[in-house]
Design a protein around this ligand. Structure first.
Ligand code: IPD
Ligand code: CA
Ligand code: CA
Length: 261
């Protein structure tokens, strides 16, 4: 990983560490979608510093970009704090997620949890690493022996189609695997899949900045990223992400079997 890039990410991590243990004022994007002044501070810091390092890329940040994600072919997706609910409650599963993409394909990805000092990094065709050590997905090949991670969409509060889908898929998967975890940070879910802790992961309604770095981590660690139909996942397009070690295909079948409305 480029030294300057790593320095920037670690400096941004210091902002998260500063806010982690204190009582935080919360703003609400929706009833359960929280944001703090630290989310914005980290994003503004990263935006200006990363832009200088990659001047010909468009920065798409969760807190400062519009929903349309822009039209550039070269983009850097930034989630300044992935796991804001954890951050608000001082639960140490929070991460900075930065994914560098060109023409719909990932080039580099970094997921950094400053609280546990875990820095995941992947570069296309060069492997995935945790704190400089090469990592790979697990070799477990049965869903029944697998630990599966997931997340619940913020739209759950409306008890509409997204909620129905989430509950149905969950009820199908829960008896068929070792157990399910809800970690609260999509980028870390993918990072932990890439290092073999989780064997599969799925979620509905994620945004590009949630997954832009984790996708490359999983792929470079030997795993697979698919959509609801079992095809290759398309960033900015697909609503469902299913990530696996490439060996628990039953997870893909179960997710696909529940109709998406
Ligand atoms: C959220 C986390 C969570 C996932 C949500 C995301 P945020 O990101 O990744 O695990 O379930 O869908 O929005 O809001 O903490 O940046
Ligand atoms: Ca996020
Ligand atoms: Ca966030």
């Amino acid at each position: 990983m480029n030294r300057e890039f790593e320095k920037i990410v670690r400096e941004a991590g210091e902002i998260i560490k500063r806010g982690f243990s204190e009582e935080k004022d919360i703003d609400f994007k929706s009833r359960v979608d929280l944001v703090t002044k630290f989310d914005l501070e980290v994003e503004l810091f990263l935006k200006s510093r990363v832009q200088k390092l990659y001047p010909d890329f468009e920065i798409v940040g969760e807190e400062t970009s519009s929903e349309s994600f822009g039209t550039a072919s070269k983009k850097i997706y930034i989630d300044p704090i992935d796991g804001t609910t954890n951050f608000v409650h001082s639960l140490p599963f929070v991460a900075i997620s930065i994914g560098i993409w060109e023409d719909g394909e990932p080039l580099e990805g970094v997921v950094y949890n400053p609280i546990l000092d875990e820095l995941f990094y992947a570069k296309r065709n060069s492997g995935a690493f945790l704190n400089g050590k090469k990592i790979s997905v697990s070799s477990r090949d049965s869903l029944q022996d697998g630990l599966i991670s997931t997340g619940f969409p913020y739209t759950k509060v409306e008890k509409g189609d997204d909620y129905e889908w989430t509950v149905k898929v969950f009820s199908e998967i829960l008896p068929k695997c070792r157990d399910v975890r809800r970690y609260g940070s999509a980028s870390l879910d993918l990072a932990y899949l890439s290092k073999g802790t989780f064997d599969g992961y799925y979620e509905l309604n994620l945004q590009p900045w949630d997954v832009s770095a984790g996708i490359l981590l999983v792929e470079e660690a030997g795993g697979e990223i698919r959509n609801h139909s079992g095809e290759k996942y398309k960033i900015e397009v697909d609503r469902v992400i299913v990530a696996t070690n490439g060996k628990v295909g039953e997870l893909n079948s179960i997710v696909s079997s529940v109709e998406l409305r």
